[in-house]
Ligand binder design. Structure first.
Ligand code: FAD
Length: 501
């Protein structure tokens, strides 16, 4: 006998994760289920989370958000990639750009053709000369449509996370999501199965549910405080445990990329929005103290600060299980790996996609839970390896922090990737990897790792033909970047669309 369908979904938490969940589940489940979201203004949200990756566009499109309306509502700007400054050594910079860099020839990936031509002295050192995204970013340009013969760009956004949650809330409530304001003070569980049956609010109200989505932030109100799921601590690889965050006045027109400067015991972000610049210093308390870290941030602001800096603390890692009984944890309740590659909000999105694919009925088949946990665990581990790469592959040993990162033991999965690249230059991504070959290659090269040899298949094509092809590709990328409007002109158009549209 099959169990009945889920008719009541309760989301605990109204930060970015909670409202993304509400908007998406309302869209996907339609009137077949009642969706309730409980949040507490008294507690508030983390409120940072200003940079995204291109997949967010698909999320917004799925729930029916217009992109220009989104940019207006969130004071958003365009992000074409992340520039890493001083990570390999002081004075060095490179970009992890979205989208493609060159293209494969036959079955052989682009970087091998470039490596071979560089060895022969016919290609320049700048791998990013073949990335339309990187060239447009450096030139401060953006457009959604590529000029004729050019390469289309791949883009994400910088945005105000508080405004995004508010925008999503309006959207979700219009789809029928019920919002309950109140502080959860108790979680009622079935005495036999441990399944969560209801949450009790401070004023005594009970909010029941069949499926609970825990979006309550770092504390994990249901997944941890009630279900005692446990946490896997990854701070031996990712020792960041704190961040000071402060907004500042825009000192220049917003650039279409995030900047991440390596600092003595961490790194600093600068994220330009329409109405302000977001800044933060992510650091490890094991290598510096709070006051020094705060001063580093304030000394390196471009414009005047608009508020007092705020300290956030965290432990990098993941829940031992993301789905436990009838509770699925999303957002910070599920884990946190630091914001270096802007992956947190994406993990909410991919968790929701997985939840839909594995959506249970009231029987909660354990096979669904196990598969959700396996897939999510794999995704976390691969992102972790990508983040660790930024710290491990460095020439820096000029501070105790960087010396310790360079010397650290790394996960076996990352060690295998590194030897596959530094020898024969191979990079493979799994189908469900968030960061594909092009991302890995950019960060591997950017962090100073160069393969010993290009792919032997490069010998199969005449050098002159390869050189002509490389020149054509570089030309197409440059033509794209140069023909696009400035980022400022694009934003003015997107914002103005409201007035004329
Ligand atoms: C320093 C830093 C920088 C970041 N930068 C980025 C970035 O650039 N890009 C990115 O993708 N992500 C970033 N993140 C992560 C991002 O901020 C979060 O992933 C995202 O905002 C989701 O947060 P959340 O909704 O899970 O949690 P929160 O924002 O903490 O929301 C928790 C919600 O639960 C509610 N709640 C808690 N307890 C109770 C209770 N007892 N009763 C009722 N309600 C309760 C709160 O009121 C709140 O509504 C960053 C995080 C940090 C710490």
């Amino acid at each position: 006998m099959t169990a009945g369908p889920i008719r009541n979904v309760t989301i605990v938490g109204g930060g970015t994760a909670g409202w993304m969940s509400a908007a998406l589940l309302a869209r996907a489940l339609g009137p077949s289920a009642t969706i309730t979201l409980v949040e507490s203004e008294e507690i508030g949200t983390v409120g940072v989370g200003e940079a995204s990756i291109p997949q967010l566009r698909f999320f917004n499109a799925f729930i029916g958000l217009d992109e220009d309306a989104f940019l207006r509502a969130t004071q958003g700007t365009i992000k074409l990639g992340i520039e890493f400054v001083d990570w390999l050594r002081p004075g060095h910079r490179y970009m992890h750009a979205f989208g493609s860099v060159g293209r494969s020839l036959g079955t052989t990936p682009f970087h091998h053709w470039w490596l071979d031509a560089r060895r022969r002295g016919t290609a320049g050192e700048d791998f990013w000369a073949w990335s339309a995204n990187a060239l447009a970013a450096r030139a401060g340009r953006f457009g959604r449509v590529a000029p004729e013969g050019g390469e289309p760009l791949s883009w994400a956004f910088h945005f105000d996370a508080v405004l995004y949650a508010r925008h999503l809330r309006g959207h979700a409530e219009a789809q029928g999501v019920q919002r309950v304001e109140g502080r959860v003070v108790a979680v009622d569980q079935d005495p036999d199965s441990g399944f969560v049956r209801a949450v009790t609010l401070k004023d005594g109200r009970r909010v029941e549910g069949e499926l609970f989505v825990d979006c309550s932030g770092f504390r994990g109100l249901l997944i941890e405080e009630a279900l005692k799921t446990g946490y896997e601590d990854w701070s031996r690889w990712l020792p960041m445990d704190s961040a000071w965050a402060v907004p500042s006045r825009d000192a220049a027109p917003p650039v279409p990329y995030t900047r991440a400067w390596a600092r003595d015991a961490g790194w600093q972000w600068r994220i330009p929005l329409q109405h302000r610049t977001g800044n933060g210093h992510v650091f490890s308390g094991a290598w510096t103290d709070k006051e020094t870290a705060r001063q580093v941030l304030m000394d390196n602001l471009e414009g005047e600060p608009l508020a007092d800096p705020r300290l956030l603390t965290f432990v990098t890692g993941r829940r031992k299980a993301f789905w436990n009984r009838n509770v699925v944890a999303l957002g910070l309740a599920s884990g946190f790996m630091e914001p270096l590659e802007s992956t947190s909000i994406h993990l909410v999105q991919s968790g929701l996609a997985r939840l839909l694919a594995l959506f249970p009925d009231q029987g909660f088949d354990p096979a669904l839970t196990a598969e959700f946990n396996r897939q999510t665990g794999d995704e976390y581990a691969r992102i972790r390896d990508f983040l660790v790469l930024h710290y491990k592959a460095t020439e820096r040993d000029d501070t105790p922090f960087w010396a310790s990162r360079k010397a650290m033991e790394i996960p076996e999965s990352l060690a295998a990737r590194l030897s596959l690249f530094t020898g024969p230059g191979r990079v493979f991504s799994h189908e469900d990897d968030l960061f594909k070959e092009t991302s890995w290659v950019q960060v591997l090269l950017g962090q100073g790792l160069t393969p010993a040899a290009a792919h032997p298949m490069t010998a199969a094509v005449a050098d002159a033909r390869v050189d002509d092809w490389l020149a054509d590709l570089a030309h197409a990328a440059a033509r794209t970047a140069n023909a696009l409007p400035t980022h400022a002109a694009f934003l003015a158009g997107a914002v103005r669309a409201e007035l004329v549209g």
